[in-house]
Structure formats: C-alpha cells, structure tokens
Design a protein around this ligand. Structure first.
Ligand SMILES: O=C(O)CCC(=O)C(=O)O
Length: 317
C-alpha cells in the first residue's frame, strides 16, 4: 500500500488538481500544449502521485503530447500545401534577390494574341511554358460559372465558414473575406453613392473548392501532363478598380478566366528586359481565359466594364 506522508496532498486532491491543469492545457495553442504537457510529464515523474498514477497518467500525457505534436505537424503541412508562407520574406527582398530573367520570354512578343480552338499539343509548344501571354477566347464560355457566379452566390458559399486563406484587400478597408461578404447589399451591387471595392483571395476550403469546380472545367487547352492546382484564386470588384502593378512569387504560370465584367491587363516585361521587350495591354472579355506567367511579367489590372468583374483561375505545372 502506498504511504501518505503527513501534510502531503491526498491522491484524490492531486487527481482533481491534475484535471484542472489538463483543462487549462486544453485551451492552449497546439505547440504550447505539447510543450506544457511534456513539462507536466517530467514534473509528474518526480511527484508522490507518480507512484499511483505513473503508469496510467504519465503514459497518457506522453501520448497526448505526441498527438499534439502530430496535429501541429499536420497544420504545418497544410500551410505549406496551400502555399501559405510561415515566414514572410518582405516583397522588396524577393524582388532584389530574384534571378535575372532570360529576355527570350518576351523579346519577340508584340501583343497578347487572342486565339480559339487550339489543341493541347500546340498550346504546350507555343505558350504553356514559354512565358508568352495569350488569351483563349473559347475556353470558358460554356461553363455554368458564367451564369452562376455572382456576389450573392459566393456570399452564400462562404456563409458561416472560416475561410482563413490569403486575402488581398487592395484599397478597401476589409480585413477578411468575412468583411467583404458583410458589406451592405447596395455596396455589393455597386449602387451609386456607395464606396467602390476590389478584392482577391485564394480558396483553401476543400468543400467550397468542390462546389466551384462543379461550375468550371479544367481548361481544355492545358497539356495532358499539366496538373491544374487545387487552389483557386478569385478576384472580384468594381469598375475602375483593380490590382496595382506587381510581380508574383508563386510557383507556376496560371490561367485566369474572366467570368463577369471586362478587365484590362497591362503587362510589363521583367526590369532587366525593358530595352528588348515591350509593354503589352489586353482586355479580357467574359468567357475568355488569359494565360500568364505572373512570376515573370509585372502586371496591373483595371475593371473596364460597367458591371462587377469576377475572375477565377489557378496555377498549372
Ligand atoms: O485579377 C486581378 O485583378 C489581379 C490578378 C493578379 O494580380 C494575379 O493573379 O497575380
């Protein structure tokens, strides 16, 4: 039988205290939870209660700590999978240290061609990985997204969901997608006298992604071997607004389908190619898809239609 020293706490009291501590640990973030549990495990090893609870409780704590560490690793993996940076390198540093571009990607490009009925082989040979921007005019016109996608449709899709992904507020006061979908109905409908707005975001909610994909198809011109990334990018907003001139730091080129409204793109070659390449301009109409390597071409957009612009796109490898 275990001896209980004079003045020492009874096993029942210690067990109750342990339950309180475990409850507090439950409220902590995962990484600190794992650390706290390991400390508790080490302390317990030396306490009198350990004699009675050692096998059960301390083993349980070790298992809990391991489970927390595994959950943390999974969150880390998902962050990486959805391209969310854990360490944000300032954009000026990325620009300064980006390797010089080979100007062959733009030196004989005089304009952004608009083409239709291109087969995947020819697309691969001429455009897919050459850095040459192109608009495919017949790729999205028959998608149901053309009728379905609207502010109201997207609002209802995101209602009550934690869409904690990359969000670009541009010049708005919005801090998250939730703020966007909480704006007044008049502002969302771009009524006169309301503040214009333009935002962009990446979707990393798999359920929402699956619904979005019911309304569009993998663009028919992509090479058979190309994988279209699961992360959709959406941009939406008012006439006269858009994204300022910038270059991206993503992995692959992308396709961008104009679902509603018209958007003018201004493309500038990489800085080191300014003397050999020209600045390009193209307006993308509803149903058309722009294919662009946004890592190489600096780009700026402006909505030039009277109504709302909505685009959806993704990277492809
Ligand atoms: O569609 C837009 O307005 C901006 C798109 C953009 O900046 C991008 O895809 O990197």
């Amino acid at each position: 039988m275990t001896e209980i020293r004079q003045g020492a706490k009874s096993p029942e009291l210690l067990r109750d205290e342990l339950a309180i501590v475990l409850g507090k640990v439950g409220d902590l973030k995962l990484a600190s939870r794992a650390a706290k549990l390991s400390c508790l495990y080490l302390k317990l090893k030396r306490s009198p209660l350990a004699v009675r609870l050692k096998r059960k409780a301390s083993l349980g704590l070790a298992v809990l700590a391991l489970a927390c560490a595994l959950r943390w690793a999974r969150t880390y993996y998902e962050n990486v999978r959805f391209d969310r940076c854990l360490l944000d390198v300032p954009s000026f540093a990325r620009q300064v240290f980006r390797p010089a571009e080979d100007c062959s990607i733009c030196q004989d490009v005089q304009q952004v061609e608009k083409i239709a009925r291109i087969d995947a082989e020819l697309f691969e040979e001429r455009y897919a990985y050459s850095g040459r921007p192109v608009v495919i005019t017949d790729a999205a016109a028959d998608w149901t997204a053309m009728e379905q996608f609207s502010f109201a449709f997207l609002k209802q899709l995101y209602e009550g969901r934690e869409a904690d992904c990359q969000f670009f507020p541009y010049e708005t006061e919005f801090r998250s997608l939730r703020d966007v979908f909480n704006m007044s109905a008049g502002r969302a409908l771009l009524r006169a006298g309301t503040r214009p707005w333009y935002v962009g975001w990446s979707n990393c909610d798999e359920t929402i992604g699956a619904i979005l994909r019911q309304h569009y198809r993998r663009p028919y011109f992509l090479p058979d071997t190309a994988e279209s990334e699961k992360t959709d990018w959406l941009f939406m907003g008012s006439p006269g607004y858009g994204a300022p001139m910038h270059v991206d730091d993503v992995e692959y080129p992308s396709w961008q389908a104009q679902i509603r409204g018209r958007k003018r793109w201004i493309l500038e070659p990489p800085r080191e190619c300014h003397y050999v390449c020209r600045r390009l301009e193209v307006t993308v109409d509803p149903g058309e898809i722009l294919v662009l390597d946004t890592n190489k071409w600096y780009h700026q957009t402006t909505i030039v239609s009277e109504d709302i612009s909505i685009t959806i796109g993704a990277e492809y490898d």
